[in-house]
Design a binder for this molecule. Structure first.
Ligand code: NAD
Length: 687
């Protein structure tokens, strides 16, 4: 097999080039070849300096993902970095394309770095539950606060920012030539900077400690950000060799660990969910997209479409209503522009591509229309009838409904095969998840087109079948149910919230409810009350709160009292909760956080098993993607299905069986029973 590393001579400079398509991942094979090539070049008396470069699209895009589950085989990255560190000749890194993770670790162990204008640098390890081994060097180049940001955010820095932070020496369009010249000049001078020997930058330790504490707090159970904070502490407090050894030790511990495995699972799950189904067909070209209703969701959807480069027309009930949408969209643009996230030219280009109307005739040349009017079947059907009359026959008609039956919208249009659900999450221009709802007659090409526009909008798509609430909201309803039952059984809202937040969610259900507004949820309950199964266990506390005008944060009180942005426990809510228990004759008992967490997870997983058996979701990992990206399920637990596999499906099933009195919605899912009884996992169903 051809070696993935070649050496080429340019006078007295040896250019050692990694050539391991497609991304020059630093696999074991590459490390072996690189170590040999570097040793040879450094040992060659005719070579005075070395340049380390990447062939093809970039320098080194990071580790070899396929090897991350197992411990690092020797020679490890540390051996390469140590060789560079102690080299008797200067080594300069020539960086283009991606210089990420282990690639950056290696580059900062070199004695100089020249970046191409397109080069990006970053340490994405924390995103997959790991920590970079190179932090003790990074601190010496970039300082502690920048290192903290780079290593915990995992973001990629453009060349100019990398230079500003001290990660590289210069940017050059002929970066490779420039690196050769720099290496030769260092050899000529006879001395060069060795990163590990640089003085630690003078830092504001108090500011660093404050930032570090905030990161550790926000981690909510994720180990990687905490490990970064810890490693940077070692880098600041200990001699280099000791800090480096401890950091690499911690990196080895996290590699292949449960959180890393879970985060890698989500990464693969994201890709699987975005893959077009075998029958998807070819996507249709989309240029002009109509949005019906420019409220909260319609405005957000329009913002996303504009960012992705589409021409957008918002249709509202009147020009006055359209002005509301316009104000919302302008405000977001102005905010992004003010924060430096949007150039004036980009903002103007987006606003030029946006039109407002109240006349359906303006939809005549739309390639796709996304409806986002009130959540009401009659209102939506009326919109779809009008669209059927005024759009081209091959214009895709999408609804952003959160739960309604897409088939009933398809019923009222000509060419129903063009109807699809596109369930965005709020705020639609921020949240990445997009449920693509495939109705009975949706054409495969329409699914392919929906996946394509999701890609262009940088959304994470998941295909769902039609059912009440689709994948996410249907599962959430059961999770929420168990939280409510925990209240009646003996817990208080703040205890349930603490348990759910303790599990790793950003917010517990009652804090979320207060933020979203109780009136909307209570109105939904009222609507569905006549069709509610009388055997279902129903908790009416929310109705009582709404009767008292407690709509949540917007009225200053809901499940909590809200005062100046702080939520405070309200004794009156405790009384209502106790009233609910006694109305059902329940003797309240203390409920441990673990019980709440176990019940909430089991309820989710049981419903998810039904969703899988019904073919609503294509694979268990799609459900993980929905819950992680749309509902705040902790990514480091890998989503509910992955988490359930870790807990063990027998244990999950036992918890579900204890929900026997909670009504037919909590009856054990036959698929869960089958898997638990046969000792199989949800992972075994992924494809
Ligand atoms: P909203 O009340 O903020 O906006 C609805 C907008 O539609 C209003 O501006 C209204 O003037 C306009 N409208 C009503 N009837 C119309 C018609 N016939 N023609 C044109 N415009 C019309 O509501 P929203 O929160 O944006 O929700 C819209 C849809 O999105 C609903 O189906 C909802 O279930 C769904 N959704 C909402 C969320 C959320 O969190 N808000 C999340 C996902 C999906």
């Amino acid at each position: 097999m051809a070696s993935p590393v070649h050496t080429e001579r340019h006078g007295k400079v040896a250019v050692v080039e990694i050539d391991h398509a497609p991304h020059n991942a630093l696999s074991h094979q590459v490390r072996v070849a690189l170590l040999a090539a570097l040793r040879e070049a450094l040992g060659d008396s005719g070579v005075h300096a070395v340049v380390l470069a990447g062939a093809g699209r970039g320098f080194i895009a990071g580790s070899d993902m396929a090897e991350l589950a197992a411990p690092e085989a020797a020679p490890g990255l540390a051996a390469l970095c140590d060789l560079l560190d102690g080299a008797a000749k200067p080594v300069v890194a020539a960086l283009h394309g991606a210089c990420l993770g282990e690639g950056l670790d290696l580059a900062i162990a070199c004695h100089g770095r020249v970046m191409a204008p397109d080069a990006t640098a970053g340490l994405p390890e924390a995103r997959i539950g790991m920590v970079s081994g190179g932090l003790a060097r990074l601190v010496r180049l970039a300082g502690a606060t920048a290192a903290l940001d780079i290593a915990t955010s995992g973001r990629s820095l453009a060349a100019d920012e990398a230079i500003k932070l001290g990660l590289a020496d210069e940017v050059a369009t002929d970066w490779r030539q420039q690196a050769i010249a720099r290496a030769a000049a260092l050899a000529e001078a006879g001395h060069w900077p060795v990163t590990s020997k640089l003085d630690l930058p003078v830092i504001d330790r108090a500011a660093f400690d404050t930032a570090a504490r905030a990161i550790a707090r926000r981690a909510r159970g994720a180990v990687a950000p905490v490990a970064v904070v810890e490693a940077l502490g070692w880098a600041l407090d200990l001699p280099f060799a000791e800090a480096d050894a401890k950091t690499r030790g911690r990196a080895a511990e996290l590699r292949g660990g449960p959180q890393s495995t879970a985060l890698l699972h989500i990464m693969h799950a994201d890709r699987a969910a975005a893959r077009a189904p075998a029958d998807a067909g070819a996507a249709w070209p989309i240029k002009h997209v109509g949005v019906i209703g420019g409220g909260t969701m319609g405005s957000g959807i329009a913002l996303s479409l504009l960012e992705a480069g589409y021409q957008v027309t918002i249709l509202e009930t009147s020009l006055t209503a359209a002005a509301g949408a316009e104000a919302r969209i302008r405000a977001v643009h102005a905010r992004h522009y003010g924060a430096g996230r949007l150039t004036q030219a980009a903002m103007e280009s987006r606003l030029r591509r946006l039109a407002y109307t109240y006349r359906y005739e303006r939809m005549a040349d739309a390639d796709m229309v996304i409806e986002a009017v009130y959540e009401n079947m009659e209102a939506k059907q009326e919109v779809f009838r009008a669209l059927s009359t005024h759009t081209k026959r091959d214009c895709i008609l999408a609804s952003n409904t959160s739960a309604l039956d897409i088939n009933r919208l398809a019923d009222v249009v000509e060419a129903p095969e063009r109807v699809v659900g596109l369930h965005f999450f709020s705020p639609a221009h921020v949240m990445r998840l997009l449920e693509i709802v495939r109705a009975d007659r949706t054409a495969p090409e329409v699914i392919a087109t929906a996946l394509a526009i999701a890609g262009r909008m940088r959304k994470q798509p998941v295909i769902s079948g039609v059912c009440d609430g689709f994948i996410g909201n249907r599962i959430l309803a059961r999770w929420w149910g168990q939280c409510d039952y925990a209240l009646e059984d003996g817990a208080f809202p703040e205890e349930v919230d603490a348990a759910i937040e303790g599990y790793g969610f950003a917010m517990g259900p009652y804090a979320v409810a207060d933020l979203a507004g109780l009136d909307i949820a209570a109105a939904g309950r009222k609507r569905t009350a006549p069709t509610r199964d009388p055997r279902a266990r129903d908790v009416p506390i929310i109705d009582w709160l709404v009767e008292q005008g407690r709509y949540g944060q917007k009225t200053g009180a809901g499940w909590y009292r809200h005062d100046g942005g702080r939520r405070a426990v309200d004794p009156l809510v405790h009384q209502l909760v106790e009233r609910a228990s006694s109305a059902k004759g329940i003797t309240r008992r203390p409920i441990a956080a673990e019980e709440i967490q176990a019940r909430a997870l089991a309820a989710m997983v049981n419903e998810a098993a039904k969703i899988l058996a019904e073919g609503i979701a294509q694979r268990p990992s799609d459900i993980d993607v929905v819950l992680v990206h749309g509902y705040g399920f902790p990514a480091w637990r890998g989503g509910p299905m992955h988490a359930a596999d870790q807990v063990g499906l027998k244990t999950i099933l036992e918890t579900v069986r204890r929900m026997g009195n909670d009504g037919p919605d909590f009856a054990p899912a036959p698929l869960l029973v089958e898997l638990a009884d046969s000792g199989r996992s949800f992972a075994s169903l992924n494809r």
